[in-house]
Design a protein around this ligand. Structure first.
Ligand code: NDP
Ligand code: 8X3
Length: 251
């Protein structure tokens, strides 16, 4: 039987490519995002595939639970959950960052991911089967200037993923935290609030990861034997390495 795959953040980037790879493998897809038009475009691009779209803001707790509860019967038994919805807003250092931006990141990257996961988990537990992929980030592992709250939300996602593994022992449910580095998606367009020139410029002159790279990894992990669980997977473009520690003299 074909698997049911729920993907948040399906309108762009990693989520969109993940939908495509699983849909083309014959899976039934639940695609979630806020931009209805993008969901419709995806659906027509994947004509002939089973795609159920839901226009949903993952921060809307009540609607999240309602939508999962009211899924059409052929999409009810979710096998794979990919929590890709998320964002960074701004790259200012903490004193200059906007409190409102911090709250949006916390509400989306942490609370939104929790709502979806909490709504989907019982379906997997009942069937003693399932795979949860969370999109963490290298920013959850390594600090860099301006990553303050964004990086902290991803550190939460990493620790939550590991704790889920523990709490779900005995259920056969697998959990992987995928931790990509520098990747060209709409991520920087969103981070720089629509300044597309600035967003494009940061990818100039090097080969970043792209949505397909991460979708391929998720797809590959999903095909591993059921007794194999990859806990965390940190992946960077070859062109990205670490900056090292900074020392400040005479301050
Ligand atoms: P994109 O901006 O291309 O995609 C983000 C997706 O999240 C969009 O589909 C967007 O859809 C959705 N989204 C954002 N806010 C909400 C919300 N409140 N409710 C529902 N959906 C929402 O970025 P990426 O694909 O790169 O990012 C996907 C995930 O990967 C994020 O969690 C990001 O933090 C993480 N990540 C990204 C990296 C990168 O460098 N690109 C590296 C490491 C991790 P819509 O606007 O339609 O709602
Ligand atoms: C996105 C990766 O390094 O731009 O999570 O923060 S990074």
């Amino acid at each position: 039987m074909s698997k049911v795959v729920l993907v948040t953040g399906a309108t762009s980037g990693f989520g969109r490519e993940t939908v495509k790879i699983f849909a083309n493998d014959g899976c039934k897809i639940i695609a979630i995002g806020r931009r209805e038009k993008k969901l419709e475009e995806l659906k027509s691009e994947l004509k002939g595939c089973d795609i159920h779209t839901i226009t949903l803001d993952v921060r809307d707790k009540i609607k999240v639970f309602k939508e999962i509860k009211n899924l059409p019967s052929m999409y009810k038994n979710i096998d794979i959950l990919v929590n890709s919805a998320g964002l960074a807003l701004g790259l200012e250092k903490a004193p200059d960052a906007l409190l409102d931006d911090w709250e949006v990141m916390i509400d989306t990257n942490i609370k939104g991911l929790l709502y979806i996961t909490k709504a989907v988990m019982p379906i997997m537990i009942e069937r003693k089967s399932g795979y949860i992929f969370n999109l963490g980030s290298i920013a959850g592992n390594w600090p860099y200037e301006g990553a303050n709250v964004y990086g902290s939300t991803k550190a939460f996602v990493q620790q939550f993923s590991l704790n889920l593994r523990n709490d779900l022992k005995g259920t056969n449910i697998r959990v992987s935290n995928i931790e990509p580095g520098f990747s060209k998606t709409e991520f920087s367009n969103v981070r720089f609030k629509g300044d597309d020139k600035k967003a494009d410029a940061i990818y100039d002159g090097l080969q970043p990861l792209v949505g397909k790279d991460i979708a391929n990894l998720i797809f590959t992990l999903s095909k591993l034997p059921l007794h194999v669980n990859v806990n965390t997977l940190e992946v960077m473009p070859t062109a990205q390495t670490w900056a090292g520690f900074a020392l400040e003299k005479d301050c």
